[in-house]
Design a protein around this ligand. Structure first.
Ligand code: NAD
Length: 353
């Protein structure tokens, strides 16, 4: 593995590695940028075929966190950690305690949180070793499930796109939601309250049943969600769903949803733009969850606790962020996913290295 080649490719300066023989911990913390504040990002705990893949995952994800925090105007940088899940039996508490000590040793340059393969219980274990952790349960000073705030931000982003395209509010606007899990459910609730008409799909029938019963949504098969004759598509299930297969099916004027990494490739962002479909960049519209964990961490650091009204205020402002992006995309004829990156890069360039 050529370590520095990877760092250069992902524009990095700082990666930390820890091996703890007693617990079997093999962990990487990638710190992409701390110009706007300490780096914050989840800890991923999954099996990796080899360490190079773990490193690439950390580098890729931490960079995304820099962009998400900066576009949202949070005083945070981008970081991410990966723990290689041991193939053999292991002591989970010992492993996450060792990881907590690793994070603590970084002195607050990296704040960890939940991600794929880690749980609230793991965060509690980490908390026993360091204060640089967020995403704890409310009884331990945490902000609780971030999904409602994420959904609120997505609703605000959809409102901005609808205003931009149709010059109106959400009443009567038809929205297709792919995936009505945590975020999708709360998004349906938000949209229904404002008079939007919902079409939904999910691989889990218990989830679609609930949204149909509570919000009068029309349920369609998964393979028909992209082809719906509606105004907005809100992807809230999986990443990489905007691709050569789905794009030709789209009849919407707006794509705006919670899922991470919706564009399979950058060229799919170009294709949306070329077709005049307004796309709300995923990391900008789904930042409500990050606002939630930041508010929790800030409240714990200052001793003031979780400031729910301030967090909500910040999430409501996602409307203006998305509006700025889509208006600039139109004015400059640059795809919105790229405009969002440019806004972040302009902000970072103003801060001393
Ligand atoms: P979730 O697992 O609770 O919900 C996802 C839903 O999608 C599930 O109900 C699942 O059955 C469904 N699904 C899976 N494959 C599907 C398919 N092929 N077609 C239709 N439905 C399918 O996850 P979530 O927390 O609601 O997150 C949804 C997306 O939003 C993810 O991409 C996640 O990374 C992103 N996101 C979530 C948050 C948050 O606060 N939870 C924050 C930012 C981004």
């Amino acid at each position: 593995m050529n370590l520095f080649e990877h760092l250069e490719k992902h524009q990095y300066g700082e990666v930390h590695v820890r091996r703890d023989a007693a617990s079997g911990l093999m962990a990487i913390v990638a710190i992409h940028d701390t110009r706007l504040g300490p780096s914050l990002g989840g800890c991923r705990f999954i099996p990796y075929a080899h360490e190079e893949l773990a490193l690439i995952d950390a580098l890729r994800l931490a960079r995304g966190m820099t962009y998400k925090a900066a576009i949202t105007g949070l005083p945070l940088g981008g970081g991410k950690s990966v723990i290689m899940r041991p193939a053999k039996a292991f002591d989970r508490a010992a492993l996450f305690s060792a990881f907590g000590r690793f994070v603590d040793g970084l002195g607050g340059r990296y704040i960890t949180a939940e991600d794929s393969g880690t749980s609230v219980e793991d965060m509690i274990t980490i908390r026993s070793q360091t204060k640089h952790v967020t995403g704890l349960p409310p009884k331990d000073g945490g902000g609780g499930d971030p999904s409602p705030l994420t959904a609120l931000g997505v609703r605000r982003g959809i409102e901005a796109c609808v205003k931009h395209v149709y010059g109106r509010d959400l009443s009567g606007i038809r929205v297709a939601i792919q995936g009505v899990g945590h975020v999708g459910y709360y998004l349906a609730k938000e949209l229904h309250a404002l008079g939007a008409k919902l079409t939904i799909s999910d691989i889990d029938a218990s989830r679609t049943n609930r949204v149909r019963e509570e919000f009068g949504a029309t349920v369609v098969p998964n393979d028909q969600i992209f082809a719906q004759d509606v105004d907005v598509l809100a992807p809230c299930a999986l990443g990489a769903i905007l691709d050569d297969a789905s794009l030709p099916q789209l009849r919407v004027k707006i794509v705006a949803g919670a899922a991470n990494n919706q564009l399979a490739e950058a060229r799919d962002g170009e294709a949306l733009h070329a077709r005049g479909i307004v796309y709300a960049p995923d990391y900008a519209i789904n930042a409500g969850g990050l606002v939630n964990v930041h508010a929790e961490h800030h409240g714990n650091q200052t001793g003031k606790g979780f400031d729910a009204p301030a967090a909500r205020e910040k999430v409501l402002a996602i409307h203006d962020t998305i509006l700025e992006i889509v208006e600039r995309a139109k004015a400059t004829n640059v795809p919105s996913y790229r405009v969002s990156d440019l806004i972040v890069e302009e902000r970072l360039a103003k801060v001393a290295p």
